[in-house]
Ligand binder design. Structure first.
Ligand code: GAR
Length: 208
């Protein structure tokens, strides 16, 4: 059984999707053992507590230097014996130490079809605002491994979602969450937990 640690910053609807998927057996061979938040007020922490999942808070602003924060987060994740780390709406950039300590063991959910609307500055509603400003007719979500290129790691699963005329960033965000994020993130986690993902030359290969 793989030990899953979920990193959050906000509302935690993706965390909830993971909790529900674990309960319903969609996630095979994995268990969420801890939720770590960058924000002590994140509602995601309540979702974890309601499901008896231990929580921790680690804030970037409590460390003077980025490398100190990077080391503290790495040590915390090692102390939790994490096999897999899931970024479920985690809004703090990860550093070299944590990424190299957990190579191809960190999965992020991004609310667009990478390589569109991704990279530095593209997070949360900003992603959907940019998609609407471009006038794309399809957007979606991507579950991918994290490497040192922001949103540049191997792509595991993508799902397209229709953009409708009159969409606001909020409306599009909700549709993409419901139709894509909450489905593909648990699927990607389950594939990882069953050792069904291999990575070669920055490409993720899924076996069935
Ligand atoms: C989600 O839409 C997630 O894809 C996005 O933040 C939201 C968090 O919602 N993540 C990013 O933009 C990362 N670049 P949640 O807290 O309800 O899961």
């Amino acid at each position: 059984m793989k030990n899953i640690v979920v990193l959050v910053s906000g509302g935690g609807t993706n965390l909830q999707a993971l909790i529900d998927a674990e309960k319903s057996g969609i996630i095979k061979n994995g268990k969420i053992s801890c939720v770590i938040s960058s924000n002590p007020d994140a509602y995601a922490l309540e979702r974890a507590s309601k499901n008896n999942i231990p929580t921790e808070v680690i804030r970037r602003k409590d460390y003077d230097e980025f490398f100190e924060y990077d080391k503290a987060l790495t040590d915390l994740l090692k102390s939790k014996n994490a096999d897999l780390i899931v970024l479920a709406g985690f809004m703090t950039i990860l550093g070299h130490e944590v990424i190299s300590a957990f190579e191809n063991r960190i999965i992020n959910i991004h609310p667009a079809l990478i390589p569109s609307f991704c990279g530095e500055g593209f997070y949360g509603l900003r992603v959907h605002k940019a998609a609407l400003e471009k006038g794309v007719k399809l957007s979606g979500a991507t579950a991918h491994f994290v490497n040192e290129v922001c949103d540049g790691g191997p792509i595991i699963i993508q799902k397209a979602v229709e953009v409708k005329s009159g969409d606001t960033p909020e409306v599009l965000q909700k549709r993409i969450m419901e139709q894509a994020e909450w489905k593909i993130l648990p699927q990607a986690v389950s594939l990882f937990c069953q050792d069904k993902i291999t990575v070669k030359d920055n490409i993720a290969i899924i076996s069935d």
